[in-house]
Ligand binder design. Structure first.
Ligand code: ME8
Length: 514
């Protein structure tokens, strides 16, 4: 279904506020898919970065009386640090203030001018600085005497200024045809339907430049205008591939992008404006836009005023990065809104990580340390119960790949929990501690088989909990280059006599509520 190249992106973040759980979520999800494709031996490009232009950033800098460029440098580096804290495997970090990005945006602009999709007029209407979005009258409501966008609740202000427009109205039919021809362009399907309905109602031309502030990329040949921050920001996905150099190796290999992972609030920009801009500029649209839901806390959107913010950095400090990664991936159903709380985080760590996968590794490694002289035992003939266990995973591999190709992350995790549960059960049922007294050869075969099963489960869990699974694979002596899906089918992969290093507990149980 996909080619052997895989290009995945997160939204580039507005660095104006502190990194929050929504940022962590988008990034971790994208990282999981990127890591999965790497263990499936794809050539992977995973991009994240910061979205630094626009009125929101200009006003923040003015409020703090800071030089805007220095202000952006400072804030962007906080987000770069976040990529380390979240253990992201991104191949690049793009900033929209970089030269390479300016070049790409200018080229897109020039192409839109050339195709006659851009014209000069005047914009009169509502704008939300917080969303960096234009809204129609019917998308606005008044709350406590303040005009807000219905969709986001953000304050809007009236704007009247000279502006260039993109002829979005002319793209309605072509977009609808594009959605029909590419039925999985927008996932999940509920969001696809939302977009199709919206486009069917008709599209208005879009204001794509501003004249009332200056923090942005100047419009080529008319620097009174700066390019609308969304036209600017979306182009980051191309700038990182060295567009407009379409002969560049990266561009040739990775465009069109395989999937843009985004939050549902920015679906319109990615699923309507972006393919329209690209088609007009004669660039192929991406293959997919996946809109995930909101992270809620106590069933509500997290907000400072509600005091229900769960800070990702604090959680990582207290519980660990793999714990947070696993929890977000498992607990939140990817396309839907998901509620998170410290209580369910604790339950998830205890049940799935400490009691299930962690316990499996711990008890098997300790048993081998004590009873096999810390060496991988040699094995005899496998019996049906042994091959039944290993085949369970091998048979599922095509399905696991398909789940990940469709971003069905929750089902993928469910399968893995099952594998780990069944491996624990195999250990319990076959009682190697009893076999030790009656049939040590059989004990060795059972231990070899379960060590191998830990290898397979660890490889498949690696995209979600990379640090912990790497520790388990280190203990088993599996080389980095062998931590790939294609090696799972080899049931005799582990080398008897290799030392099983002494294991520390992978996941500590959390004893109290927090
Ligand atoms: O939108 N739950 O940046 P951003 C889940 N710069 N996701 C959330 C969330 C929550 N509570 N809050 C935010 C931007 N997000 C633009 C992107 S891309 C060309 C430009 C998600 O920093 C949000 O949906 O405001 C978005 O996907 C991401 O965090 C970045 O938001």
């Amino acid at each position: 279904m996909f080619s052997k190249n895989f290009y995945i992106t997160t939204p580039i973040y507005y660095p104006s506020g502190r990194p929050h759980m929504g940022h962590a979520y988008s990034s971790i999800i994208a990282d999981i898919f990127a890591r999965f494709k790497r263990i499936d031996e794809y050539s992977v490009m995973f991009l994240t970065g910061t979205d630094e232009h626009g009125l929101k950033m200009q006003r923040e800098a003015e409020k703090k009386s800071k030089d805007i460029k220095l202000f952006c440098d400072e804030l962007s580096s906080t987000f770069k640090d976040l990529t380390k804290t979240l253990n992201l495997s991104n191949d690049d970090f793009i900033r929209t203030t970089e030269k390479r990005h300016y070049k790409a945006v200018e080229e897109i602009w020039n192409r839109l001018v050339k195709s006659k999709d851009i014209y000069l007029s005047k914009y009169n209407g509502w704008y939300s600085v917080s969303d960096e979005a234009y809204y129609d009258e019917d998308e606005i409501e008044t709350k406590d005497n303040i005009k807000c966008a219905k969709i986001s609740g953000s304050k809007v202000e009236w704007v009247e200024e000279d502006s260039y427009f993109f002829k979005l109205s002319g793209w309605q039919d072509k977009l609808l045809k594009f959605y029909t021809d590419n039925p999985k362009f927008i996932l999940p399907l509920s969001r696809r339907n939302e977009v199709v309905q919206f486009v069917k109602k008709g599209l208005k031309d879009l204001s794509v430049s501003r004249t009332s502030f200056s923090w942005g990329i100047p419009v080529p040949k008319n620097s009174k205008h700066v390019i609308y921050v969304w036209l600017d920001a979306l182009t980051n996905y191309l700038s990182a591939l060295n567009f407009p150099n379409t002969e560049d190796k990266k561009y040739k290999r990775f465009w069109p992008a395989t999937v843009h992972i985004i939050g549902k609030d920015i679906l319109r920009f990615h699923a309507i404006y972006w393919p329209a801009f690209l088609m007009a500029a004669k660039v192929s649209p991406p293959q997919r836009v996946y809109g995930h839901g909101w992270i809620l806390s106590d069933e509500k959107k997290m907000s400072k005023s509600l005091g229900n913010i769960l800070d990702p950095i604090a959680i990582i400090k207290n519980y660990g990065i793999d714990q947070l990664r696993y929890y977000l991936a498992k607990e939140v159903s990817l396309g839907n809104d998901g509620n998170i709380s410290l209580e369910s985080l604790t339950n998830c760590i205890n049940n799935d990580l400490a009691n299930n996968y962690g316990n499996l590794c711990q008890r098997v490694f300790s048993f081998v340390n004590k009873n096999c002289n810390s060496k991988i035992p040699s094995f005899g003939k496998f019996q049906s119960e042994d091959t039944q266990l290993s085949n369970e995973i091998i048979k599922q591999i095509p399905n696991l790949k398909k789940l990940m190709d469709n971003q069905d992350l929750n089902l993928y995790i469910k399968e893995l929990i099952n594998f780990s549960f069944n491996a624990n059960k195999y250990f319990n049922d076959l009682e190697p501690w009893s076999l030790k007294k009656t049939n040590s050869e059989r004990m060795n075969t059972v231990l070899y088989n379960i060590l191998n099963q830990i290898r397979s489960i660890s490889i498949l869990l690696y995209p979600i909990i990379p640090d912990s699974t790497n520790k388990a694979l280190d203990i088993l002596g599996v080389k980095k280059e062998d931590r790939v899906i294609s090696k799972i089918a080899n049931l005799k992969f582990l080398k008897p006599e290799n030392i099983i290093k002494k294991a520390n507990i992978l996941f500590k149980k959390i004893e109290n509520d927090n």
